[in-house]
Design a binder for this molecule. Structure first.
Ligand code: ATP
Ligand code: SF4
Ligand code: MG
Length: 396
């Protein structure tokens, strides 16, 4: 598992999610919390698609709205004061239009979640086996004995040794890694089409983290589940994700195929995230550059581009645009799949001449070798002009 994303090798198997109808389609999702001080716009117009068998990585600083957005997919804001709007279409059903009972039936069966801290997500008074069995019994008309057999099978499948014995253990008798494996077993026991993993490896040491990510990938292939993985760690994104959605202040600020975003990021906030990842590849000239300032208040986000108070590139945009006008999430020059929310006219030029030489000088040479114009040879996506030519050809 890479701890640095400055190479893009692990992203090689990734593909674009455009070939089949999405399993999940989120459109203009808003989750607003009315508070005494005003409305907290935790998620403010989020849209993305996800196909079966694919992984979407959601990344952003603390408080950017990652968990609130994914909780909305599970219907966890129901019965609270939160105002949720937009569309969350899973298997052709808009989850925002169904009853609480219908949502309860889908939760755990069609969509399941694994959390950062399985110890707090599991009940300390019940055995691990009982909790996994319960997840199965809720959705299947089977006897307790059958459910236990299935729980043991799943514990075995996620790599718990002696599962027929460990099924009777309590959560505190499992190590952190084993608890996370048990949570994955619980999440996947009903073979859900969609699994949401919210910081699933943050509490684990790097070796166990790598094992858990490998396990998730193996199980994804086996069960063909779509996965949303939420993380602060761009290394996890590089390892796992087909597509990446970068969130800032409740909105997507950059979205597209993982390989594309990690090799040709176009939004200064994404540059900031990449620049603040320690490089363990041994390049001693690489600099670690933290993003200045703090994430904004979602009660009163900055005008224009929400990132402008922290952006060191806003002076490259003419006039006062960054402060006055919120950029739309639009494709740049690299094809329709890669969208970003930024007014900069030539972000690629800035990235390759100003950012990359600072954060990964070794890659500048590597990239230049591959492609003298600064683009990465095998990472080259369809450019707008190619797409236009293709469309023209089809018309003929
Ligand atoms: N019930 C609530 N009432 C008011 N504000 C809330 C509520 N739940 C979440 N928020 C706010 O919504 C924002 C987004 O929270 P969220 O938990 O989604 O962040 P996150 O991106 O998952 O952060 P982290 O990486 O720390 O988990 C935060 O500013 C949080 O304070
Ligand atoms: S729109 Fe302006 S402030 Fe926002 S990221 Fe782009 S350059 Fe920076
Ligand atoms: Mg969170």
């Amino acid at each position: 598992m890479p701890s640095s994303t400055r190479g893009s090798g692990s992203a090689e198997r990734k593909t674009l999610m455009t070939s089949q109808a999405p399993l999940l389609s989120v459109k203009d999702l808003k989750v607003h919390f009315p508070t005494q001080d005003g409305i907290v716009k935790a998620t403010d117009g989020l849209s993305f698609d996800l196909e079966s068998g694919k992984t979407l990585g959601i990344v952003g600083e603390s408080g950017s709205g990652k968990s609130v957005s994914s909780s909305a997919i599970l219907g966890l804001h129901r019965g609270t004061s939160a105002k949720v709007s937009g569309e969350i279409v899973l298997n052709d059903t808009d989850l925002l239009t169904i009853s609480d009972e219908q949502m309860r039936r889908r939760r755990g069966k069609n969509v399941a979640m694994i959390f950062q801290d399985p110890l707090s997500a599991m009940h300390p008074y019940y055995t691990v086996g009982n909790q996994i069995m319960e997840a199965y019994l809720v959705h299947n008309k089977v006897s307790k004995r059958e459910a236990k057999t299935r729980a043991i099978e799943m514990l075995d499948r996620v790599g718990i040794p002696q599962p027929d014995r460990r099924v009777n253990d309590y959560p505190h008798q499992f190590s952190g890694g084993m608890r996370q494996r048990a949570m994955i077993a619980m999440g996947l026991i009903n073979n859900p089409g969609l699994l949401i993993a919210d910081e699933p490896t943050t509490a684990l040491d790097v070796t166990v983290q790598a094992q858990i990510l490998d396990l998730l990938q193996d199980l994804q292939r086996e069960f063909n589940a779509a996965i949303i993985i939420i993380t602060h760690d761009l290394g996890v994104i590089a390892e796992m994700a087909d597509d990446v959605l970068v969130m800032y202040a409740g909105r997507a600020v950059e979205y597209g195929p993982c390989k594309e975003i990690l090799t040709h990021p176009e939004m200064p906030y994404t540059w900031g995230l990449l620049s603040s990842v320690p490089d363990v590849t041994g390049d001693t000239d690489a600099r670690l550059i933290p993003i200045p300032g703090l994430p904004p208040s979602l009660l009163n986000p900055p005008s224009g581009c929400a990132f402008h108070p922290r952006c060191t590139h806003k002076d490259k945009v003419k006039g006062n645009l960054c402060k006055t006008e919120m950029p739309e999430l639009l494709p740049g020059n690299r094809g329709p799949e890669h969208t970003k929310r930024c007014h900069l006219a030539d972000p690629e030029q800035i990235y390759f001449t100003e950012i990359l030489p600072e954060i990964a000088p070794d890659l500048v040479e590597e990239f230049a070798e591959v492609n003298p114009d600064g683009s990465v040879g095998d990472a080259e996506p369809v450019r707008s002009s190619d797409a236009a030519a293709e469309a023209e050809e089809k018309k003929i």
